[in-house]
Design a protein around this ligand. Sequence first.
Ligand SMILES: Nc1ncnc2c1ncn2[C@@H]1O[C@H](COP(=O)(O)OP(=O)(O)OP(=O)(O)O)[C@@H](O)[C@H]1O
Ligand SMILES: [Mg+2]
Length: 578
Amino acid sequence: MDQETKSFLKFIIFQAKAQSKLLFLGLSFALLSSALTGFGTWSAKPIFNFVFEEKNYAYFKFVPVYIFLLFSLIGFFSLLQAYFMKALSIKVVNSLRLKLFKKCLYLPYSSITKERSGQTVSRVINDTSQIEPVLGESFQIIFKEAFTVLVLISVAFYQKWDLTLLILVTLPAIVWGTKYLGTKARRARSLTQRATGELTHRTGEVLQGIREIKLVPSKEILIKLFSKELERFYVLSLKVTKYKESSKSLVDLMTGLGGALIVGYGGFLIMKGSISPGALLSLITAMLLIFNPLRKLARAYTGLKEAQGAWMRIEEVLKIEEELGGNFKAFPPREGIYLKEVSFRYGQDLPLVLERISLFIPAGRIIALVGPSGAGKSTLISLLPRFYDPTEGEIFLDNQPIKDFDLESLRGLYGMVWQEPFLFNLSLWDNLTLVKPEANDEEVREACRLAQALEFIESLPQGFETVLGEEGFTLSGGQKQRLALARVFLKRPPIIILDEATSQLDTLTERAIENALQNLRGKHTLIVIAHRLSTVVQADKIVVMDKGKIVAEGNHQELLTKSPLYRSLYQTFQRREG
Ligand SMILES: Nc1ncnc2c1ncn2[C@@H]1O[C@H](COP(=O)(O)OP(=O)(O)OP(=O)(O)O)[C@@H](O)[C@H]1O
Ligand SMILES: [Mg+2]
């Protein structure tokens, strides 16, 4: 057994053990229903012999009743086993989903933002939905049908072993044939899925780019492209059907061969007197009943292989190491944040984005980071709450390396607002109080007022109860920024970082927010990546960055005289703001 199968089995067994009660119930009813099926086929012989051979015709009337009751009971037990097995499989998949969800919450930021692994994570989350029906059905089928097949084969062997053996030689052909055709069908199906994806994508593209498309003079090219995809989809779909139906026909063919063998050889044996008609009837019933479960087992096998593939990908994500913090509880810095010789690159083969940065950010002050696009400003601030760790060098809060702090308490010190803040599909209220669940009405309103968000929120029909995304409700970029700022005013974290957080606001609104932020001076450390002059000029300390390095620091007046880059940035600011 290969490593992958082993790990998959280990996972299944472990999960099944955790649900031992459901497993026990499911297995018990599976056993009962299989045993009854076996008993039914076996009983064909004594009943046939008793009623027909010994001519006890008076008892014949009980035979249909017996058959009916028997199948009803089998059906009832099957229902119960299906129910418990489904419950088991959903519990397994749900626990897997929960595990993945929790894992995502603690994955290192870098593992999600890196192109390749980011894709893995999102694909894997899809995989869990794919795994559920497959796993559920396969569990159900394998436990039940495997028993049934065993019981039926035993009955057949018991009746006449050599005849049974003769029929069973058709089995390998079925197994091998379905497996072969199954692989072909799977391959064709994955191509079809890709083709379907392509079609969906094209349709989506049309809708997304509707404005651009409206301006395109001729739609012929787009229509031709789409028709070509349709044709491809048609060809591939037919291929899938061909393989799938062939595998069914193969089973029919073999059933025919088996039937011919039974009737031919069985009839010969009866005439020779070496088997009773009752026994042959029982054997034929058993053999006829065996084909359906076999077919299902073959399908379940493919299903399990698919589930195994999904599991391997899930395991890959579960294996990613979670980010690790220290044991100390972080505290608001009294002196400040100190970066010592910090260098950083996003990936082993990527160039340095920050190069030997040494910087002191005094507590309770306003620091502005300026520099051309791509200078490394956003990168630098993302090191502070440890979204990334420096490739070289170290960062301190007062005199303590930030690696020593427990991550939750370290990040608890920060409030951050980005250019494109993210809001959840929750009510505005919930979005705001996420950072401070115990906040009362007055606090929330005050925070919104400072962030210049209160007015527009109150003008909404549902006010704070407006749910984002519901009935197509969305916020403009500037409204999102104001909500994100309101979060900061509500949480009042010791360290506030704004990365072009007011870029989408008009000057008046921005001024008002800036004034509110000024009032936080002294109690809060403010790090601002600024895109407007007014913010920069008022900062206690301005840091000029270029190409991953700090090229100058000081206040506005000092920098005007000593930094050519600052002077040119200043001129751009001035020109832009008139
Ligand atoms: N996730 C990432 N993976 C790889 N490289 C990145 C990543 N993010 C940024 N970079 C690179 O790091 C460099 C610095 O980017 P950064 O976003 O820190 O600049 P910035 O100063 O904030 O620029 P802007 O003013 O345009 O926001 C750029 O060259 C960018 O290409
Ligand atoms: Mg940036």
